[in-house]
Design a protein around this ligand. Structure first.
Ligand code: CO
Length: 201
């Protein structure tokens, strides 16, 4: 798979489109009319954590926002716009923040090194780490410490989603939107529920 060339992508695409049409002749025409996803996935940009594939959902069923280390920042108009469209227009029922063990962004946030501009983004994860100094310091193994921070980061970002005006307003008007925090393990391909599901605050 490592030697796939750019031109192969078009060939892959034509084969994929033909296969979808073979399975369901109306697949693309129906999807072109509208999208009705029930799920908003907020995940890491890491190429090994593709939203649709992991949960086995075809095009049209999951609205996706991804950035480095699945961070939800109160002033990030990009992420907020995705959440607003998902909640107000698409009326999605579940917002799932999904982190992953072995997240390079999370590890970089606490490795004490300089990485360039991205450090300003990773600062948000440092802030999460600073909320749990004793717990993280007690974990000797750097990988285990970083993976625990991956979990704490997901929990913090779920709280950030809950505090957006978009979700607060949706709950105030009685709209059902549930927030979830999951973590994906690159080593076994499995999702774990962190059991921080929130349905109103
Ligand atoms: Co990552």
């Amino acid at each position: 798979m490592d030697n796939i060339e750019l031109t192969d992508l078009f060939e892959n695409n034509r084969a994929w489109a033909a296969q979808q049409t073979e399975l369901d002749a109306r697949f693309f025409t129906a999807l072109a009319q509208q999208q009705r996803p029930k799920y908003l996935w907020i995940g890491c940009a890491d190429s090994r954590v593709p939203a649709n594939e992991i949960v086995g959902l075809p095009p049209g069923q999951v609205f996706v926002h991804r950035n480095i280390a699945n961070v939800v920042v109160h002033s990030d108009l990009n992420c907020l716009s995705v959440i607003q469209y998902a909640v107000d227009v698409l009326c999605i029922e579940h917002i799932i923040v999904t982190g992953h063990y072995g997240c390079g962004g999370v590890a970089a946030s606490i490795d004490g090194e300089r990485h360039g501009l991205i450090d300003n983004w990773l600062r948000h994860i440092q802030d999460v780490a600073h909320q749990h100094p004793a717990e993280l310091a007690a974990i000797q193994d750097p990988t285990a410490r970083s993976n625990r921070l991956c979990e704490l980061n997901v929990e913090a970002q779920v709280r950030n989603v809950a505090r957006t005006t978009i979700v607060q307003d949706a709950w105030a008007r009685g709209q059902d939107v549930a927030l979830h925090g999951w973590v994906y393990d690159l080593n076994d391909g499995l999702l774990r529920d962190l059991n921080v599901t929130t349905t109103e605050v």
